[in-house]
Design a protein around this ligand. Sequence first.
Ligand code: G6P
Length: 366
Amino acid sequence: GAASKGNYRHYMLKEIFEQPDVISAALEGRLSDSSVLVESFGPDAQALFQSTRQVHIIACGTSYHAGLVARYWLERYAGVPVQVEVASEYRYRHPVVPEGTLFVTLSQSGETADTLAALRFAKTLSYIGSLAICNVPGSSLVRESDMSLMTRAGPEIGVASTKAFTTQLVALMLLTLSVSKAKGQPEQQDIVTALGALPALCQQVLVLDSQIETLSQAFAEKHHALFLGRGAHYPIALEGALKLKEISYIHAEAYPAGELKHGPLALVDSEMPVISVAPNDDLLEKLKSNLQEVRARGGQLFVFADERVGISEQDDVRVLTLPHVHEALAPLLYTLPLQLLSYHVAVLKGTDVDQPRNLAKSVTVE
Ligand code: G6P
């Protein structure tokens, strides 16, 4: 059936390898040749997005990390201010809701207790509407929201979320393009084209699996790891650290690379692997100098880098080269090698990859 492991050793690995297909599914029928189809979000979307002046995004866990990426996207490509918050915090404070604010929840299951409670609370406030981006049609979150968009990742069995996250990112880029279009802003045709090419690019990254498996050997004996990213790749670093924690039980933290000297640099020595994502964006030069700071303290660097950035392999720097991708979509592509890295480290450590200790797939109680 849909939820069998096939030839894969674990559901998580199968789900990682399904990403090219489910990303295609998430795009299916939602783009024309050069434009996003706003009505994918429902008949009221055009009017609602046109009047959207702010967005509040609420989620938990991995879904929260997708929300953090969306903040960079909605502000940069749609010009709309965004706040992102974990549901368990949001629901117990007294949020101020400016006029014209759209409430968005992100959830794989649509049943996470805190996210659902946040939606119910939000409905008592003065939002212009609620949108659920969710993987389970008919879930409580979908039923109780004004609008919904399904991520179409299919059943996700591994507790550590993989394909649900990348399809959420696809949905959030569709949201970004749709809000921008509804507001009459110029079309982002280059991003639409790049989205169409994304499944094939993901396939190219998955081919790196055996190289990543080799890299993973350097982590099996480690007790800590530090993930660095800048801009929209800071949330990707957070997600990489979360994956490593969840399934390999290695303590991992993520920092925006620019914060390195405000604390975490004190932890860097030869026992602390530092993982960094280095797409070819306008923050590359700044990231490179952060990486030098790590090397100068004897840290072991692992860099996932765009083929064009010219970071070279050295004794203390291992480089894994990724195909060039449109800057807007790099967070999606750079998620994949981090998923594979945590998977292989967990396999080496012999943990229960699909059912990590103490964790549940869906947290339906507070
Ligand atoms: C649990 C799962 C995570 C997931 C989070 C939010 O902690 O183990 O993988 O990201 O819940 O779940 P949701 O279904 O709302 O996305």
